[in-house]
Ligand binder design. Structure first.
Ligand SMILES: [Zn+2]
Length: 271
């Protein structure tokens, strides 16, 4: 890839890709990190609190940047933002006017999602997909409220984790699937159906809880909350095979430079 193209892309990610949300809304239903409590129920009305579900105006929406694809076609660059709920994060990814939410976090955080969507010039109206990295309560607990706001969005979760969603309708996904141009990488071990999300063009990996970050270091899945550490360590090795500058986590701060190098260094301690 020409260096100029890389620089343009980096500049774009720098402008729109930084996790700048500093507001942590900690509701009373915060669960322990990586709780296996996956019990969630749809709200009785199916409609979220209109105050928290307010759609963000788009008056200051940034213009979409186009990049030349290798075949000469113009494709919209990926924009992303962290939905920082304190001890756990979700993410919003946009390409053009279409938005994918990755993970739902815990309940009572719709305003934090609102801010993240606004930061990438989007609103709930643009959300067509919700991809869940795994079925732990701190990643799916906010799902009923999100469904209340975007009832037509399609929900996806790793096939082996789908049972925990109860009556919520979700599509099973597996390694190698592609959603909205995003590659699904099976990364089991933290949970049997854990998946990570990779965008090769943007150089972005959403690791979920397959990898964690603490104090600038990347770590494997948390053994206290993981179902199979042998499998989890093998998943780190698989995630180290891709190339990406940016890697973001369910727990910890995003790494925006040298992401795959950091994961390779972690993998070398595990193999
Ligand atoms: Zn987890």
């Amino acid at each position: 890839m020409p260096e100029l193209h890389r620089l343009q892309r980096r500049a774009f990610l720098t402008q729109y890709g930084k996790g700048a949300i500093g507001v942590a809304v900690l509701g009373p239903s915060i669960l322990a990190a990586c709780s296996s409590d996956g019990d969630i129920t749809l709200p009785a009305t199916g409609v979220a609190d209109p105050e928290t579900a307010a759609v963000t105006p788009q008056d200051d929406a940034p213009e979409t940047t186009l990049e030349a694809a290798p075949d000469g076609q113009q494709t919209a660059a990926l924009r992303w933002e962290r939905v920082n709920m304190g001890f756990v994060s979700a993410y919003v990814l946009a390409r053009g006017s279409e938005v994918t939410v990755i993970d739902a976090g815990v309940s009572q955080n719709l305003p934090v999602f609102d801010e993240a969507l606004s930061a990438i010039g989007a609103s709930w109206n643009d959300v067509g997909h919700v991809i869940l990295t795994h079925n732990h309560g701190d990643h799916v607990g906010g799902l009923p409220e999100i469904i209340g706001v975007v009832p037509k969005a399609k929900i996806y979760i790793g096939e082996a984790d789908i049972g925990a969603l109860g009556s919520i309708e979700a599509a099973p996904i597996n390694d190698g699937d592609e959603i909205f141009g995003l590659q699904i990488i099976g990364s089991p071990g933290h949970t049997p159906g854990h998946i990570s999300v990779f965008d090769a063009d943007a150089g972005l990996l959403v690791a979920g809880d397959a990898i964690n970050e603490r104090d600038g270091l990347v770590l494997g899945p948390n053994p206290d909350f993981s179902s199979d550490m042998t499998q989890g360590n093998a998943s780190v090795l698989r995630l180290a095979e891709r190339q990406y500058e940016t890697v973001v986590f369910g727990h910890g701060n995003p790494i925006e430079t040298g992401g795959s190098d950091a994961v390779i260094a972690l993998a070398q301690t595990l193999s």
